[in-house]
Design a protein around this ligand. Structure first.
Ligand code: SF4
Length: 345
């Protein structure tokens, strides 16, 4: 019988497992605290659990989270963590310090099947979904790396893969990360899920009551340009996407984030900015402009600075909060759209 991985189980499932093994639910809660609060993955080290319970657990369960195989530090202070998974594949997460924030960008899939033309990860193609243990494990590993002085303060699901295409594992991970009583305990306001705009997934996520932030990889304000950049737009065009976003339940003061990679001569004209302002009218929105990060073989270029600032001005003049996000970790292949890990032959 294959043993269950305790990391990646909901705290309530850990309680159920404790009962199944003849212990009380309280033991399951202790187990959750060890794994998710203290980041301890060795059953032997869980000294407040009775020995016979630990023995029964050892027969039935393992605790397996990916450990970073390599950590690369960028000149700007960000760190790329490369995880070797049990099947030999690799994914990355990126730690980005910023004032008193420590944001971790996590991956949800190995590779990605959406083929956005400006994204290096898309070039890899889709290999497989990550499990909840592999997703939550990136956060736990980053916190272990930072301990004791620091902790990850914000988690963004913007790494390798499309989170909503791995829906079940995503939602389980979010429940573990946001469980204030027994999980990792992040406020949902500190977690952001980024999607290319899978409308059914957005609608489903809205009904989960998780209250996490939503970010849309938009990158164009017309269907024509967006379809050219992102083939997914053929399945879910801008009209359907914007209608779903207008229905998306937002908490007071919560906004939807829009990611917009600026590509020289493709989507960066003042008219593109005006179209974008029209598209977002009436929505509680914040736009993050991301000047393109060059990579070898890319068919796009970063626009010159005056063009980036002119684009931003149009949006600001329309009353839309807009920031330019100068990517972190460019020198270590950790910037937005640059994540790619070789798979050993
Ligand atoms: S931008 Fe996101 S969805 Fe598009 S190919 Fe890259 S990882 Fe996939």
């Amino acid at each position: 019988m294959s043993r269950v991985n305790l990391a990646g189980l909901l705290p309530s499932e850990l309680e159920d497992l404790a009962v199944e093994l003849g212990a009380s639910r309280y033991r399951g809660r202790q187990l959750a605290a060890w794994v998710y609060r203290k980041g301890v993955f060795d059953l032997e080290a869980m000294t407040d659990l009775p020995k016979d319970f630990r023995e029964r657990l050892t027969e039935r369960a393992v605790i397996e989270v990916p450990e970073p195989e390599r950590v690369t530090v960028s000149q700007d202070g960000s760190r790329k963590l490369v995880f070797l998974l049990a099947d030999g594949r690799r994914v990355s997460a990126v730690l980005m310090p910023d004032d008193d924030r420590m944001t971790l960008c996590v991956s949800t899939q190995v590779g990605c099947g959406f083929e956005c033309r400006f994204c290096l990860t898309g070039v890899m193609g889709f290999e497989r979904n990550l499990t909840p243990a592999e997703i939550v494990g990136q956060v736990l590993a980053a916190n272990r790396l930072l301990a004791p002085a620091q902790r990850v303060t914000h988690v963004v699901f913007m790494g390798m893969g499309e989170p909503l295409a791995n829906y079940g594992a995503l939602v389980t991970s979010l429940r573990i990360l946001t469980d204030a009583r027994l999980g990792v305990g992040y406020s949902p306001r500190r977690i952001t899920v980024s999607t290319v705009g899978l409308v059914p997934g957005i609608e489903k996520l809205g009904r989960e009551g998780l209250r996490v932030n939503l970010a849309i990889s938009l990158h164009a304000a017309t269907d024509e340009v967006r379809t050219r950049l992102m083939p997914v737009n053929r399945a879910f065009g801008l009209a359907a996407l914007m209608a779903a976003l207008r229905r998306y339940p937002l908490a007071p003061r919560q906004r939807i984030f829009f990611e917009y990679v600026l590509l020289d001569g493709v989507n960066d004209s003042p008219e593109d900015a005006r179209q974008l302002a029209r598209l977002l009218r009436g929505l509680r929105a914040k736009v993050n402009l991301i000047p393109f990060n060059d990579w070898d073989g890319a068919e796009f270029r970063r626009p010159p600075l005056p063009r980036i600032l002119a684009f931003q001005s149009v949006l600001l003049d329309a009353g839309i909060t807009t920031t330019v996000r100068w990517s972190k970790g460019e020198d270590i292949g950790a910037a937005c759209g640059q994540l790619r890990e070789p798979v050993p032959a």
